[in-house]
Design a protein around this ligand. Structure first.
Ligand SMILES: NC(=O)c1ccc[n+]([C@@H]2O[C@H](COP(=O)([O-])OP(=O)(O)OC[C@H]3O[C@@H](n4cnc5c(N)ncnc54)[C@H](O)[C@@H]3O)[C@@H](O)[C@H]2O)c1
Ligand SMILES: O=P(O)(O)OC[C@H](O)CO
Length: 286
């Protein structure tokens, strides 16, 4: 809107119908929580759309039923439309305050990503294109689980060394999962991977970080989620990821401890011991 584009907003709480909002639009940006993506995408399917309409997805989650990413859901339902992933270190409260930020847009159709780059770029929002939509989407999604662990680390006051080790090994875990999925390694070292990991693992504005921090403070997950403003996607992502890691035989030690903590099977202290006492090994398998 700040760039002079005409913008219409739809939400379940609003007065306008989804059909009216979508009439003749060129870009459809979805920032729905993962839990609602399939349902809303199916509703959109029943409305007439411009054949050139581009879908942009900002959701950072995984479908519990299929382990699909949000863009995969949109692309399956709209095979003839371009789908662009938008993801990066973009804590919404800071964006709202017009603080400077950068992000990444990625699509299998490069021209669609370039259109979205142009539409969203401003003097306060720097947008880069990237040719690896899966890697960009997984960066924003997988870091939420590590952000929960980072919140626990800070909540337990484990220190700067521990946090650096956790975030670095967290990135290695993200790369391992991403590679298994078919994403490119270098994408995870960019804004949508390392960039978003740094933002969420170091900010109390991150809901995922807050979940971890408050778990370390002794609150139950139910209590934390009941009082949280907005969605902490990492809780669902962690469960879906554990399912996929087991199926694909991927080593995900940090995700596994976050999962057991969220399930109430272990305490934050026990999760720490489990990670520290794992078998010693080389840093990388070259
Ligand atoms: N807030 C951020 O900083 C930020 C930044 C980038 C990306 N994201 C991602 O964007 C998504 C939304 O984040 P948010 O902060 O706006 O979360 P939020 O919880 O504040 O808002 C989510 C919205 O989705 C709606 N919704 C949920 N289920 C729905 C359904 N079945 N049908 C229609 N609407 C439904 C909710 O009503 C709500 O308006 C998440 O996946 C998040 O990871 C958030
Ligand atoms: O509040 P969180 O933890 O969902 O993080 C928000 C965004 O993903 C930050 O880029």
């Amino acid at each position: 809107a700040a760039n002079g584009h005409q913008v219409r907003v739809w939400s379940r709480q609003g007065s306008q119908t989804l059909e009216a909002v979508l009439k003749d639009v060129q870009i459809i940006l979805s920032a729905i929580s993962m839990i609602g993506v399939r349902d809303v995408a199916s509703q959109v399917q029943s409305f007439p759309l411009s054949p050139e309409a581009i879908f942009v997805t900002a959701t950072k989650g995984l479908d519990p039923e299929t382990t699909c990413t949000p863009s995969q859901i949109w692309q399956t339902i709209f095979p003839n439309h371009a789908v662009v992933v938008l993801s990066g270190p973009n804590l919404s409260k800071e964006i709202q305050m017009e603080l400077p930020a950068a992000t990444v847009v990625a699509s299998n159709i490069p021209t669609a990503a370039e259109v979205v780059q142009l539409v969203f770029s401003s003097h306060r929002f720097r947008v880069y294109t990237n040719p690896d939509p899966l890697g960009v989407e997984l960066g924003g999604t997988l870091k939420n689980v590590i952000a929960i662990a980072a919140g626990v680390c800070d909540g337990l006051q484990l220190g700067t060394n521990a946090k650096a080790a956790l975030v670095t090994r967290g990135l290695t875990e993200m790369v391992r999962i991403g590679n298994n999925w078919g994403a490119k390694t270098e994408t995870f070292y960019g804004l949508s991977g390392l960039g978003d990991l740094l933002a969420t693992c170091n900010s109390p504005l991150s809901r995922n970080y807050q979940v971890g921090y408050q778990l370390a403070g002794g609150k139950s997950l139910t209590e934390i989620l009941a009082n949280l403003q907005g969605t902490a996607e990492g809780v669902n992502t962690c469960r879906v990821l554990m399912q996929r890691a087991k199926q694909q035989n991927i080593a995900v030690p940090i995700t596994e401890q976050v999962y057991r903590l969220l399930q109430g099977e272990i305490t934050p202290g026990q999760a720490l011991d489990e990670l520290m006492l794992r078998d010693i090994k080389p840093e990388y398998n070259y």
